[in-house]
Write a protein that binds this ligand. Structure first.
Ligand code: PLP
Ligand code: CA
Length: 302
């Protein structure tokens, strides 16, 4: 195998990994849960790592919920995780606007769900769109003029199960007619586990629709962008060289870890399969890989 190739997590590698990091960053879907089902061995793993004094942080590209709602989801699954340890791409969008001094006088148009609206409101921004605009219909007749609010200074696009032509046009007009309007994408995942049993089109599909219409690339605030890491480092006293990113997707999680200087561990409990990881066309190689986070506990106890 190539020198670049990742190594299988062995007992020695697990001990060495745990000894060399202060914090574990966990991706959520495919690592902690699959849809609404907890992945086997997760409680034991988190408990052991906490006992060993490791800081645990949870980073999800899923923008459909706010940090508060995710804290509740963890609780429903029997895990105690405070909001402060959860970083969602919906929260990232709100923090991006805050750190870039987005004027509270301007409005934000949202193509997405309540998670984005909730985080924007919590950060003090006026926003609209979201699920409400999912009910709006348009009649494409001659002389139909589609008007929009000129005080919109940013458009945020995330996963939106109520995505429609109305929203596509609204978002496009805001961006196209105001050169200063920010175009922010929560994430570009091509697919996601909207349900526990199947993959569905992800936020990347909605981002691509708007991006194609306005012929502009968005600012991505979720993984693999390093924005969330910069923000995370402001919240905790951590060094990326002493952190390990654990994820199931190569082009978001593993790339995020590599972009920010973390050690990386791929778990095969989510979307990536071993043949995909080892395929000659794959260019993203984690430091280590294993079946699931449960292996950490099993190997450390050997
Ligand atoms: N976005 C949506 C809408 C999803 O449903 C999912 C997974 O279910 C994701 C993103 C990926 O989330 P994560 O970063 O936790 O794997
Ligand atoms: Ca994932």
């Amino acid at each position: 195998r190539k020198a670049m190739a990742e190594g299988l997590l062995t007992a020695d590698a697990a001990r060495s990994l745990v000894g060399s990091v202060d914090a574990f960053l966990f991706d959520c879907d495919g690592v902690i849960w699959k849809g609404d089902e907890l992945i086997q061995g997760v409680p034991e793993t988190l408990e052991l790592l906490r006992k060993l004094g490791k800081k645990l942080v949870f980073v999800t590209n899923n923008s459909r919920k706010s940090r508060r709602q995710y804290s509740k989801k963890f609780k429903t699954l029997g895990l105690e995780v405070p909001e402060e340890e959860i970083f969602t791409s919906s929260f990232a969008a709100a923090m991006f606007l805050k750190l870039n001094n987005f004027s509270p006088e301007k409005k934000v148009y949202v193509v997405g769900e309540d998670g984005i609206l909730d985080e924007l409101k919590l950060a003090g921004f006026e926003c609209f769109g979201g699920p409400e605009d999912g009910k709006k219909n348009i009649m494409l007749e001659a002389n139909f003029y589609f008007d929009h609010d000129k005080s919109v200074g940013a458009v945020v696009v995330g996963l939106d199960q109520y995505f429609n032509y109305y929203k596509m046009q609204y978002a496009s007009l805001c961006i196209r007619e105001n050169p200063g309007c920010l175009f922010i994408a929560t994430n570009r995942d091509p697919t996601g586990h909207m349900t526990s049993v199947q993959e569905w089109p992800g936020a990347g599909t909605m981002v691509a629709a708007v991006s194609c219409s306005v012929q502009k690339e968005p600012i991505v605030v979720g993984k693999p962008s390093s924005f969330l890491m910069d923000f995370l480092l402001k919240s905790f006293n951590l060094e990326t060289s002493r952190m390990c990113m654990v994820g199931d997707r190569l082009d978001t999680d593993i790339l995020f870890g590599q972009n920010t200087g973390c050690k990386t561990l791929l778990v095969l409990s989510g979307v990536t399969t071993l043949p995909e990881l080892q395929d000659a066309s794959n260019t993203i190689h984690p430091d280590l890989y294993t079946n699931s986070v449960h292996d950490l506990v099993k190997l450390l106890q050997q």
